[in-house]
Design a binder for this molecule. Structure first.
Ligand code: GTP
Ligand code: MG
Ligand code: ZN
Ligand code: ZN
Length: 367
C-alpha cells in the first residue's frame, strides 16, 4: 500500500485531485522526489499571507483526543491577550489523566512596565477559581521568552511525547516553531503559522533533542469569540498582534466608550468614572457622545456575519474589568460602575479581576 504523505506545515494529507481541498499540490510537484513539500495552502499562507482558514470544532476535539492516545503529556496553550476565550471548554478532560503543562502565551504584548510575573499570578488565580491548580509557564512564542523554562519543565517530567493543544490562533504552531529554532533545527521545516485562526488541520510530529517529541494539533474553536463571528478581513484587524493599547477616559451618562461597529459601553450612573480601555489589535476604544452611540455602532462592515446586537446591564466593581471575548476590555478604577454593554449577538463577555496593574496606566493622560 502506498503511504500517504503529510504536509508538515498544516498536517493535511498531500493530494493532487482536488485543487480546492486541503493538502493540494499539482501532480508534477507531488511526484517529485523532494522531501520537504508543503501544500499549496501553506505555501500561500507563508508567502502571500493568504487567509485560508479551516475550522471545525468537532473534528479538532476528536483529533486532540486521538492524539492523546499516543501522547504521554499535554501542553495547553492559553492566549494572555484573549484569555477566557482561549480556555478550552474541555480543559479539565484534557489535563485530567495526563501529565499536563499550561502555557500562557503572548506575554510580549503586555504593556511596558507590566510584570510578566504579575500576569502569570493573575492567570494562576483565574484558573484556581475554575478549580485548576497548576503553575503556568509564561512564554512568548515570538521572542522566545520562557521557552527554556518550558523545556526544563518537560525535561523534569517522565513524559517524552507531548501533544500541544489550545484554541485556534493561541500560538501552538508558533511555539513549536520557536522550540525548533531554539534547538537549531532546520528552520525551513516548521509548522505553518498565520495571523488568522484555523491554520493547522491535523496532527504533525516534531522530534527534538533528548527524545522529546511535540505534536502540533488543529485549534479548538471557542464559542462566543468575536473574531470568529466577523469576516476574515475584520478578524485580522481584531486579532491581538501588537502591544496592548492602553487609553484612559473619563465618561458619564452623557458619554460612552465605543469601538466603532463592534461594541459600546454606556455608564448608567451619574458620576464621572475613569475607565481604562485595552485592545491589542488595530481597533481602539474611543469616547463618544451617548446620543450618537447608534451611529457609531452602525459603522459596521457589510461582510461580517453577525446580524443583531445584544444589550446587557452590567455592574463592574472597582479593580475589575469587563472583557469582551475576541475584542478587548475596559477596566474600572475608583468606584462601582453600572453600564449598558452593547455587543454583537453571540459574543461572550466576562467580568474579571484587573489584569494590568496601576504602573502601566500611571503615565497615560485622560482622553
Ligand atoms: N506577539 C505574539 N504573537 C504570537 C505569539 N504566538 C503566536 N503569535 C501570533 O499568533 C498568530 C497565530 O499563531 P499560530 O501559531 O498560527 O496559532 P495556532 O494556535 O497554531 O493556530 P491554529 O493553527 O489556527 O489553531 C500568529 O500571527 C502568530 O505570529 C506570541 O507569543 N506573541
Ligand atoms: Mg497552528
Ligand atoms: Zn499545508
Ligand atoms: Zn467584516
Amino acid at each position: 500500500m502506498k503511504t500517504q504523505r503529510q504536509c508538515p506545515g498544516c498536517g493535511a494529507v498531500l493530494q493532487s485531485d482536488h485543487p480546492d481541498a486541503l493538502g493540494y499540490l499539482p501532480r508534477h510537484v507531488l511526484k517529485s522526489e523532494q522531501d520537504e513539500l508543503i501544500c499549496q495552502r501553506c505555501y500561500r499562507i507563508r508567502h502571500y499571507g493568504k487567509n485560508q482558514a479551516y475550522t471545525d470544532q468537532w473534528d479538532a476535539e476528536q483529533v486532540v483526543l486521538e492524539g492523546l492516545k499516543w501522547a504521554q503529556g499535554i501542553v495547553v496553550i492559553l492566549d494572555l491577550m484573549d484569555f477566557e476565550a482561549s480556555i478550552p471548554r474541555n480543559i479539565r478532560r484534557f489535563i485530567h489523566k495526563h501529565e499536563a503543562i499550561i502555557v500562557l502565551n503572548k506575554v510580549d504584548l503586555l504593556p511596558p512596565r507590566t510584570s510578566v510575573l504579575e500576569a502569570k499570578q493573575w492567570a494562576e488565580d483565574y484558573l484556581h477559581n475554575l478549580g485548576i491548580d497548576t503553575e503556568v509557564v509564561a512564554v512568548s512564542s515570538t521572542t522566545g521568552y520562557g521557552i527554556e523554562s518550558l523545556l526544563a519543565k518537560m525535561a523534569r517530567s517522565t513524559a517524552q511525547k507531548w501533544i500541544v493543544t489550545g484554541v485556534t490562533n493561541a500560538g501552538k504552531s508558533s511555539l513549536i516553531a520557536k522550540v525548533l529554532q531554539h534547538q537549531a533545527r532546520d528552520t525551513h521545516l516548521v509548522p505553518t503559522t498565520a495571523l488568522f485562526p484555523g491554520t493547522t488541520v491535523a496532527l504533525t510530529r516534531w522530534n527534538l533533542d533528548h527524545g522529546l517529541v511535540l505534536s502540533d494539533s488543529p485549534g479548538l474553536v471557542p464559542k462566543g469569540r468575536l473574531t470568529d463571528l466577523v469576516c476574515p478581513d475584520c478578524a485580522v484587524k481584531l486579532i491581538p498582534a501588537q502591544r496592548l493599547k492602553v487609553s484612559l477616559h473619563r465618561i458619564n451618562q452623557r458619554s460612552a466608550l465605543v469601538i466603532p461597529g463592534l461594541a459600546a459601553v454606556q455608564p448608567q450612573n451619574n458620576k464621572d468614572t475613569v475607565v481604562v480601555g485595552f485592545t491589542a489589535s488595530l481597533v481602539a476604544w474611543q469616547r463618544a457622545n451617548a446620543d450618537k452611540i447608534s451611529n457609531w455602532l452602525a459603522q459596521r462592515c457589510g461582510s461580517c456575519r453577525f446580524e443583531e446586537w445584544t444589550d446587557v446591564d452590567v455592574t463592574v466593581e472597582p479593580n475589575q474589568e469587563l472583557y469582551i471575548h475576541g475584542l478587548g476590555w475596559v477596566s474600572i478604577r475608583g468606584h462601582r460602575f453600572a453600564c449598558k454593554l452593547t455587543i454583537p449577538k453571540g459574543v461572550d463577555y466576562t467580568i474579571r479581576a484587573n489584569l494590568i496593574g496601576e504602573k502601566a496606566v500611571q503615565s497615560i493622560r485622560v482622553q
